[in-house]
Design a protein around this ligand. Sequence first.
Ligand code: TMP
Ligand code: ASP
Length: 261
Amino acid sequence: MDVTKLNKVIEGKTKIIYENPDDPKTVFMVFKDDITAGDGVKHDVIEGKALVDWKTNRDIYEYLNRRGIDTHYISSPEEKVSIVKRLDRKINLEVVTRRVAAGSILNWGDVEEGQRFDPVITQFYYKDDPLHDPMLDDGFIDYLITSGKAPEYAQMRESNARVFNVLEKTFAQFKVQLIDFKLEYGIIDGIVMVIDEITAGSFRLWPYKTEHPNLNQANILNELDSAGRLDKDIYRKGGELKDVKSKFEVIAQITSKFKEL
Ligand code: TMP
Ligand code: ASP
């Protein structure tokens, strides 16, 4: 079936969602070769990126589903195409969990790159490109939870930490450290579920520098090969597109082994 002939529900920067004519409870998610950064300001097309992202996304979601995590993911019937549950309500947030200080948290001062957080830190960003995804105040989130106005925030906080711990241990088996990641959530049949893609742009992944790094330190920068990072930071920092693609392929090779675990 040519899914691109179906009715489009929505087109995003890196994916297109199409209606499933055979099942109103599901939609087709089709990956694009486009890559963006800086809230869409930087934009390129990398031939073959959709296929690599589709593989990474499939392997991570199939693993999470096997681990009993509530996600929107159902299956990946053909290359670049996945079937996911249709949302009743999208929650307009990026929920970021950090084990190691990198990226935007370094802008806030008093934290050095490589600082290890234990327990992990979880932050909620309101998704809005023109506003540059502002971070929500933790006190406001506590209010939303305790007032009963939005109990789903407590579930998202808990889910993010749980998924992070699962994936961190899994990547560790391949000698790479999950530095941080971003998940998104929606409500399906009254349940808060992990939605959207989980690909090389959704996390930071730094290889270990040695076979047995000492990760029980306040700062683990020296234990990790941050210059050998595998994730989308290479693109964000202006790296060559062929290097971006080859690192994404390394991630897909790692996640392809998740099915054996
Ligand atoms: P940050 O350090 O730039 O705030 O990013 C935290 C994590 O979230 C990192 O793993 C990359 C991911 N991320 C996204 O998935 N989408 C985004 O738009 C941004 C800014 C970050
Ligand atoms: N997701 C954001 C964008 O598409 C930026 C990022 O991942 O850094 O612009």
